[in-house]
Ligand binder design. Structure first.
Ligand code: ADP
Ligand code: MG
Length: 684
């Protein structure tokens, strides 16, 4: 493989920095270091400009000056090619700006153009450019690529400008280009650009259209290999053999007694789901399910019903929950239910267990005495060993990544796995990211539930809100009030949860019992508060997003979400799902004054719809799939360009093609293994 230093102008030192800072190791990797965006340099005269517009201008710096004061100001007087002057202005300028912006430099500056004793852009995003390179590039294109670089890279002439030089050299030499890896048939079928042209055009596009075509091809490439990997993965899974087999449907006595002890009867949807899961679990290869159902649809009891068929066969279950509060809740519910069945040992493992306590628990788990082990991330730690782990349950799966899924599975010998999701995942995504999971869906909600009434209120209506909460409390209801923060933030004037607690408990609701629950409390304090709230001793729980997922208090029927504009759609839907879990009519009040178009759209969606599937699609549209599925923050998906939702059509093509043309070249295989390295080398 050709070394980075074979590129003209890239010495060993710079190459080293590149490798260290970006983990680019080869020429091929380097080609895939795409521009973060492009500057459009078509605007060279003010005639084309109007105030209020967002613009990018190529400017020459004529002079700079700094005015010191309580708020100092740094101004760069600049001019466009046609000599019109434009000022760039910074309040409280940092040193870097003052150092790099010097008379005689050329800048590409972007921002909103205003008029303030002359044309001006305040706090522009800028880029120093080289007038010579400028001329050379201008001949070929209006779009200059801008690259990201770290501080270390900037110090060593590998800033955007420096990188542009590297890429100019790189794209000049035809032998540097990696060979085609997509099947010819796929290229023809979708009329895709060939690899060489696409890699050249993504760095130096002649025009927007060419850039778009290049991006399309590269997205397809990424999706194709991603789908290929998922496909191989599912083949690998099919070859695995299960080592433990649960009882089949209808054979478990403890399940029969559970049904008798439940305070309700299962819906037919729940019944069918349990049956379907248990049936698959009789097959020879282990199963992976994605159990999805809207908030409050009753997934926990489905999981428990399945679990009992394992416990009774002497098989252990690991039950993973994303927060301590949720783990604790599952522990209580499940212990209460199975406690009645006898001979079941439920264990809870969290990060805040004392050392001695934890050692004893680990002992019970490794000896097999603990049948059902519920816990947070701390179950994933190395020291946690099971005797006969045959089933893994992952609640609120969007809070976990594939790595964690693999880690917990690794503790058993090919255990079955059920991941549960209340953030419904649209079908198109299930075909892709979750291609290796079998989908089971709870559509029906338990009977007797009334749809939650959701409304939006502004600050002006606060007194009315309190009066209405009081009415509900007097009728025996309980209430959540959720804040985005727990302490007063300096910058943003937010009424934080703790301040509200003071005010509500002393002035507004002195005759009711109010508690404050947030993430920084000690484990015992959290447990105590949750227990009191569960037992109805606390009427109002002022809290933060620690209760976002899973918390189940059927008697709570009012939730007030303060600063609702600061939450995303799925977060709001999850929070709202804390009520509407019992027989009473429930209410969700979104309080917000400060709304922009986006937050207004989110709040409107919530007021209009209770349907998690509909809301999830809305959310995907606004935020993109990476965010939603929590993949990006785990760095797992390896999709840098494509978005499984926004590019769903392309993703669907790639899905089909990966199965149509599974025979790929050695070069493609090597590429696949490198690109999706975190997943391990799965094909050989
Ligand atoms: P989620 O799907 O959001 O995890 P839970 O499993 O927490 O929902 O269930 C929500 C509430 O509904 C719980 O209080 C649970 O006991 C109750 N529940 C579950 N199934 C039924 C049913 N068939 N009939 C009535 N209530 C049910
Ligand atoms: Mg749940």
């Amino acid at each position: 493989m050709t070394d980075l230093t074979s590129i003209h102008g890239l010495g060993p030192k710079k190459a080293d920095i590149l490798r260290k800072e970006t983990s680019l190791n080869s020429i091929e990797d380097l080609f895939y270091y795409f521009p973060r965006r492009y500057l459009d340099r078509s605007i060279t005269s003010t005639q084309e400009l109007s105030v209020g517009q967002n613009v990018t201008l190529i400017l020459e710096v004529k002079s700079t000056y700094l005015i010191r004061g309580r708020i100092s100001r740094f101004t760069a007087r600049c001019s466009l090619k046609d000599e019109t002057s434009v000022n760039l202005l910074w309040f409280r300028p940092n040193r870097y700006i003052q150092r790099v912006i010097q008379k005689g430099e050329y800048l590409a500056a972007s921002g909103k153009l205003t008029f303030f004793s002359g044309l001006q852009i305040a706090h522009p995003e800028f880029e120093i450019i080289d007038p010579e390179e400028e001329d050379e590039l201008t001949c070929s294109s209006r779009l200059i690529p801008l690259y990201s670089s770290t501080q270390e890279m900037k110090k060593n002439h590998l800033d955007s400008r420096g990188l542009r030089r590297v890429f100019t050299e790189l794209t000049k030499v035809s032998t540097f280009y990696p060979q085609e890896i997509l099947p010819r048939t796929a290229l023809e079928k979708h009329q895709l650009m060939d690899r060489e042209s696409a890699l050249k055009a993504i760095h130096f596009p002649k025009n927007e259209e060419e850039q778009k075509n290049a991006l399309y091809r590269l997205k397809y490439e990424e999706l194709f290999f991603f789908q290929m990997m998922m496909y191989y993965k599912s083949l690998v899974r099919e070859k695995k053999k299960r080592s433990l087999r649960p009882l089949s449907w209808g054979k478990s006595n403890s399940y029969e007694s559970l049904l008798k002890n439940l305070p309700f009867t299962l819906t037919s949807d729940q019944n069918n789901t349990i049956q379907k899961i248990l049936k698959s679990c009789q097959e020879d290869s282990p199963c992976s399910f994605l159990l999805q159902g809207d908030v409050g649809s009753g997934k926990t009891v489905v999981a428990l019903a399945v679990i009992l068929h394992y416990t009774e066969a002497g098989i252990q279950t690991a039950f993973l929950a994303p927060t301590e509060i949720l783990a604790q809740q599952h522990f209580i519910t499940i212990s209460n239910l199975v406690g009645l069945l006898g001979a079941q040992y439920v264990e809870i493992l969290t990060g805040s267990d004392k050392k001695k306590e934890r050692e004893m628990k680990l002992e019970r788990i490794v000896s097999g005495e603990a049948n059902i082990v519920i816990g947070t991330h701390s179950i994933l730690e190395e020291g946690v060993l099971f005797r006969r782990l045959g089933l893994v349950i992952i609640d609120e799966q969007h809070r976990f990544g594939v790595k964690q899924r693999d880690a917990i599975q690794g503790k058993g010998n090919n255990p079955d796995i059920i991941t549960m999701s209340a953030t419904p995942i649209p079908r198109t995504l299930c075909l892709t990211e979750f291609a290796d999971l079998e989908l089971v869906t709870l559509k029906e909600k338990p009977k007797g539930r009334k749809p939650i009434q959701t409304m939006h209120l502004t600050e002006k209506k606060r007194q009315g809100l309190y009066t209405s909460i009081r009415n509900h409390l007097q009728k025996g209801a309980q209430c959540f009030i959720v804040y985005p923060l727990i302490e007063e933030s300096e910058k943003i004037d937010l009424k934080a949860a703790s301040q509200a607690y003071e005010e509500l408990s002393s002035d507004i609701f002195p005759d009711f019992s109010i508690a404050l629950l947030h993430g920084r409390l000690k484990k015992q304090e959290k447990e105590q508060i949750m227990n009191q709230f569960r037992n109805g001793k606390i009427h109002i729980l002022i809290t933060t997003t620690v209760i976002e997922v899973g918390v189940d208090i059927p008697n709570a029927s009012v939730i007030v979400i303060e600063h609702a504009e600061r939450f995303g759609i799925s977060q709001l839907h999850q929070l709202r799902g804390r009520v509407g879990r019992g027989k009473n009519q429930s209410y969700c009040v979104l309080v917000s004054d400060a709304m922009n178009d986006e937050s207004r759209a989110r709040i409107k969606a919530l007021v209009e719809s209770n349907d998690g599937f509909y809301l999830a699609e809305k959310d995907l549209e606004i935020r993109g799939s990476g965010e939603i599925l929590g993949l990006r923050q785990h760095g797992l998906s390896d999709l840098h360009l494509a978005d499984l939702w926004k590019d769903r059509e392309l993703a669907a093509f790639a899905y089909e093609d990966a199965r149509l043309y599974p025979e790929i070249s050695d070069a493609a295989l090597e590429f696949l293994n490198r690109r999706f390295s975190q997943e391990g080398n799965i094909c050989s």
